[in-house]
Design a protein. Sequence first.
Length: 308
Amino acid sequence: MPRKFGLVLTVLAGAVLLAGCASTAVAPADPSKMVSVSDGSCKTFATKPVMLKASTGAAADPLAVANRQKPVEPDQEAGSDGEADAEPAALQLLSELPAFSLFNAASADPAGWQPWKVNRNKTPTRYSLTEVDHHTVLHAQADGSASGLYVPLVSREAGTLRWRWKTRDVIRVADNAVSHREDAPLRIFVAFDGDRSTLPLRDQLMYEMARITTGREMPYATLMYIWGGRRAEGSILNNPHTDRVRMIVMDSGTRNLDQWRCHERDLRADYRKAFGTDPGKVLAVGLMTDTDNTRSRAESWYGDIAID
């Protein structure tokens, strides 16, 4: 099945991806729609170099570390519909996610992470590399804005996803369950392949419309991890726009503001819990900080994201 990554996730973002919130209140959770969540401590991650590798003035080439790049085949090239920020010839499928910690903090941007916009009318979130606690991390600054970064991957089996993040802000008026208040200070998402012919007619029509209008295919399903606000940690939420996106609240509210939070997830187990079936191949991993719906501000940081 052809996989066209140029702005696959832009299509998904514009149609269905905007979700997330932050607030001090936590809504009651439905136990049947919960996953087990760790305490988010980063102590155990100290032994995993990819998560906490110290930056140096002569940092290794992250793309060399990501390694084994695969040039995009002709039917996988990014198109140009006003949203592409990467040249088609430069778009590559990677076997690993480039680690932010391997970049020099003075670098203009994290090579290998492709930018995408929700749509051309949205102000993009500002992303830049910076040094925090002697590690290079990704700094996200949103001001009534929405956009993200993603890495198109050589298709692979669902494994383990690990990351660390922190935020300075909550979005008090946001609510994951309300479409016009879908904002989040932090989110990481994983796009999966699958057999679209098995989907309900409504979803098939949505996918076909996306293909016709953009020339690109949406992922079969997307699993999203968010910093929420009105839902309990471990809650699984349906995106208000489509059942093909499920969100898992990893952190919630103000309790852990300005603290690094570390998470490790079994993608296969989470997918089964969220969608009730086994996942297809992983196609891409991305991130987004957005405040466009609530016209608010958020400042957040992403440490290394790794998929095994």
